[in-house]
Design a protein around this ligand. Structure first.
Ligand code: SF4
Length: 908
């Protein structure tokens, strides 16, 4: 192909290489394959910084996985053989989930490990908790002090006072095993601000509580909000959605906001938040009316007979009658009804409904977070969305939607301690009978309500003070030493929650730790190995390493080894804990981290054979490749395994819902009106605030130290539709005051047609802060002042925005942006859904112009009001609290760390 004029000029100016010249290895200048793993320890590249000289650099390429979101995409660390340091990260083409590709957050791992402000040593609080005084201590001292506090608590016999609260888990089963070894019901997670709504809807159908859409092979891809596709499984899903579209699949996106995904869609339906179930039921009705349901699948695999038995005992148990009755049940869901609830044109409801109804077995659907976590009754969204898969027979099919667990590898562990002998009511209060999972977002309120306290509280990659709603209530709880005896923050970087800890212990980023990962990012099943890169590099170079902190920066450690060491020290020889940390290979000796993974990988189906074929063992294979494909595709597993529900079928009728006090929800319906339904908004100045969307460059609390990501996205203005802007009399950059149920914040306006009128958008991934006395994350944090105004009223004001600073990295002095956004989450009231337990993120807000003295970034909250508001929502669960046969919750439902069976019953 001929060269363009611009290319010719650029070549002559040596801006681009001579395109006719052979490359450094003498080959003609075509594209080359990525080097094979056999060559990864001696990889040669030209040094880009030396251009136009051809200077070779030698690297060892070490596979690991990204830890910046759940997807665990493959990364390859380039270890410079001269310096022994990691110089960059690229994708690992041998990873079956990500196939060599990453989003912006993957390569930005290099920013995180080189962050000049990262925590390099164990720190212990000096002075009152939360005041910002710290001293460096040794690991030995930290381990001794923390282990003795845990020992003291365990020796009282309490099973619920030592707690591990996790944000991003990123591993399989490690800490659950540790907690079981300690004998505590002490697992808490972030699930109920994230996925509890969607999980409930899916679990009611088939106990599996997550979907796995086969986008690449679909005919129709139906996404309820883009959130998942810019957040969870972002890169692995995005690449498969595009593959599906290139093969002719239609992309339908339901989202009140024009997200990046919606912008690529064939059909964007900007529905009113919380109305999605009305739309899905209308489409279900269209499938039934047109006779487009998959009779074979529905008749065989759905518990329709149970529904007839429960609600129509007089009717014959005939499939045709079931279909007639279902059509009668759903006759109210007309296109006109959906159009009016969703506030979209009826023609659009019908046009897109036809596409869905005709998708057959290749309908890939997905909802995660988004509407399911936004609204009161949000769990109905996944319950009704999955109904479309059931009716079209696209459950478990190629191009359809499978349960996530079919594609997830569950490791065999070398030792399984007994289940905890207790039930933690701070995590699973009795009134939330159907919650998925722990009621973590109301933890401070339950504590304030006198329902429990904690002796030792671990937060791990978890930043509720900033991420959660009502952060001032978290600060209040964490500062009270009667509520939380000792707070240990395990984190790679400073965060707003760590400021209120007693110990801050530095844990590794992606390339500085061990974890095993397996996620349903495609239709296959894979396992990947997150390994500490410099440890593997040392091994390749012939140096054995005992503990990962020996090769990590400073004294940064990893949780796996930390838990082993801590557990060993807790046990004074009388507690039976150490027996769970013994080597499965060396009688009477303590397990090592290599043995832990060796044991696991030896049991991965097919891996020992693949390893042998390469002349290595399974651990060696994973160290070399970083990932292994266990199954190419996992379709139709129900044909061998059935469904793990009480009926053994897909449950259109949920007997558990009926028994636990919600008979009106026993089959999928649209019977809960969202708290932000237009009928619940009053007056001209009330709006729905849509705060729960991601920016693709950020994760919740661990991306603020990544300079490339911060440069791309660092502020969170209010998305305001031009019609609303005109109504409010504001333009681009003007300030608005957003009043929630418990406080308010001031933010700038961004006028855009990318948001539905009546809705104000604001991403909750921005607005990080630190006080004068705090450190860390200066690429993204405003310096703030927090003031106690008395009687529960708290105020936060921005003292200064982002500023450049001097450090060993010249880029810190080149920071050009000043606006660090606004911490809106802290002004949100907690709104626990009485059924799923999910926090309903969307907020009913009043919008006005700020008055004199109110500035950009100002935040005010009344924590007394927030407690009262929590009580109001908590009452909704209490009103319907029912425990058939004394069961706390349905016995078949998942719990992340299930205690012994007898504790699943309420004792009189
Ligand atoms: S999608 Fe997630 S795991 Fe993959 S590169 Fe991006 S942040 Fe990392």
């Amino acid at each position: 192909m001929g060269r363009t004029f611009i290319e010719n000029v650029a070549q002559r100016l040596r801006i681009i290489p001579n395109l006719d010249r052979p490359n450094a290895e003498g080959a003609s200048g075509g594209l080359k394959h990525f080097p094979e793993p056999e060559d990864w320890h001696d990889h040669v590249e030209l040094d880009a910084n030396e251009w136009p000289k051809m200077v070779e650099k030698r690297y060892s390429l070490v596979p690991t996985t990204c830890f910046n979101c759940e997807s665990a995409c493959g990364l390859l660390a380039y270890v410079d053989k001269d310096s022994g340091q990691v110089t960059k990260f690229e994708g690992n083409p041998h990873h079956p989930g990500s196939r060599g590709r990453n989003c912006a957050k993957g390569p930005a791992t290099i920013n995180q490990i080189n962050d000049t402000e990262r925590i390099l040593h164990p720190m212990r609080r000096v002075g009152p908790r939360g005041e910002g005084g710290w001293e460096q201590i040794s690991w030995d001292q930290a381990l001794d002090e923390i282990s003795s506090k845990i020992r003291e608590s365990l020796k009282t016999g309490a099973k619920d006072r030592v707690v591990y609260h996790v944000g991003r888990p990123g591993h399989e089963g490690y800490t659950n095993r540790v907690l079981k070894a300690w004998g505590v019901d002490g697992h808490n997670s972030h699930t109920n601000i994230c996925s509890a709504g969607a999980r409930t809807g899916y679990a009611l159908w088939h106990r599996h509580d997550r979907p796995s859409p086969d986008h690449a092979n679909a005919k129709v891809i139906l996404l309820t909000s883009s959130h998942l596709e810019t957040g969870h499984y972002f890169n692995p899903h995005a690449q498969r959605i595009l593959e599906g579209m290139m093969d002719g699949a239609k992309l339908i996106v339901i989202d009140p906001r024009l997200s990046n995904t919606a912008a690529m869609a064939d059909h964007w339906l900007p529905t009113w938040p919380g109305s999605e179930s009305a739309l899905f039921l209308t489409w279900a009705n269209m499938i039934l009316e047109r006779g487009l349901y998959d009779r074979g699948f529905v008749e065989k695999w759905v518990n329709w007979e149970e529904w007839l038995e429960a609600d129509y005992p007089e009717e014959p148990r005939e499939f045709e009658r079931f279909i007639q009755l279902l059509m009668e049940e759903y006759s109210q869901y007309t296109p006109e009804f959906a159009a009016s609830e969703c506030r979209i044109p009826v023609e659009q409801v019908i046009e897109v409904g036809e596409i869905v109804a005709n998708a057959g077995s290749r309908l890939a659907t997905h909802v995660w977070r988004a509407a399911a976590i936004g609204n009161l009754g949000g769990w109905q969204v996944s319950r009704t969305l999955h109904l479309l898969n059931v009716l079209t027979g696209s459950v478990g099919t190629e191009g359809g939607t499978s349960p996530n667990s079919w594609s997830k590898f569950k490791p065999d562990l070398f030792d399984v301690p007994p289940d905890p002998d207790g039930w933690n009511e701070l995590h699973f209060p009795p009134e939330y009978t159907m919650s998925h999972y722990e009621m973590s977002h109301i933890l401070p309120h339950l504590v304030k309500d006198g329902r429990g306290e904690m002796d030792v509280y671990f937060t791990r990659v978890f930043n509720p003070v900033w991420t959660y709603p009502d952060g001032f209530s978290w600060i209040e709880m964490l500062q009270n030493e009667d509520s939380v005896g000792c707070h240990v923050a395990l984190t790679p970087t400073w965060n707003e929650t760590a400021f209120f800890a007693d110990y801050v212990l530095p844990m590794g980023h992606a390339s500085e730790r061990h974890d095993v990962n397996s996620y349903a990012t495609s239709s296959g099943k894979w396992v990947a190995f997150r390994q500490p890169v410099l440890r593997e590099y040392a091994r390749r170079e012939g140096h054995e390493v005992e503990f990962t902190h020996e090769v990590n920066p400073g004294e940064v450690w990893e949780e796996d080894e930390f838990w082993n060491e801590l557990s060993w020290r807790i046990d004074d020889g009388t507690m039976g804990i150490r027996e769970h940390f013994m080597s499965p290979y060396r009688e009477g000796e303590r397990i090592t981290i290599d043995e832990y993974y060796q044991y696991m990988f030896e049991r991965v189906p097919g891996l020992p054979e693949a390893a042998e074929a390469e002349g290595t063992d399974p651990l060696g294979y994973m160290r070399k490749h970083g990932a292994f494909l266990i199954e190419e595709a996992t379709y139709n597993k129900h044909e061998e395994e059935g469904w793990p529900t009480p009926s053994g079928k897909q449950e259109i009728y949920s007997n558990s819902m009926a028994e636990f006090g919600y008979p009106e929800h026993s089959i999928p319906h649209y019977r809960v009106m969202s708290h932000v339904h237009p009928d619940n908004l009053q007056g001209e100045d009330e709006y729905c605030l849509l705060p729960n969307f991601r920016l693709p460059q950020h994760i919740h609390s661990r991306s603020a130290n990544a300079k490339w990501l911060a440069e791309i996205a660092h502020r969170n203005p209010l998305w305001v539709h031009p019609k609303d802007a005109a109504k409010l009399g504001v333009g681009e950059g003007d300030l608005l005051k957003v009043e929630t149920e418990i406080g308010w914040f001031i933010d700038k306006v961004w006028v855009t047609e990318g948001i539905k009128p009546g809705i104000i958008g604001c991403s909750h991934h921005i607005g990080r802060w630190r006080r004068k006395q705090d450190s860390g994350n200066r690429y993204m944090t405003n310096e703030v002042e927090i003031e106690d105004l008395g009687e529960g009223r708290m105020r936060m004001r921005t003292v200064s925005g982002v500023r450049p600073w001097e450090s060993d990295d010249p880029d810190t002095n080149r920071v050009w942006w000043r606006d660090g956004g606004v911490h809106q989450n802290i002004t949100h009231a907690v709104q626990p859904d009485p059924i799923s337990g999910a926090h309903c993120w969307l907020q009913k807000v009043r919008i006005s112009r700020p008055v004199e003295g109110e500035k950009y970034g100002d935040v005010e909250v009344d924590t007394n009001k927030s407690f009262e508001y929590y009580k109001k929502w908590n009452e909704m669960a209490k009103e319907r609290e029912v425990h058939p046969r004394g069961e706390r919750r349905p016995l078949w439902m998942n719990r992340p760390l299930p205690p012994r069976k007898e504790h699943w019953f309420i004792r009189e």
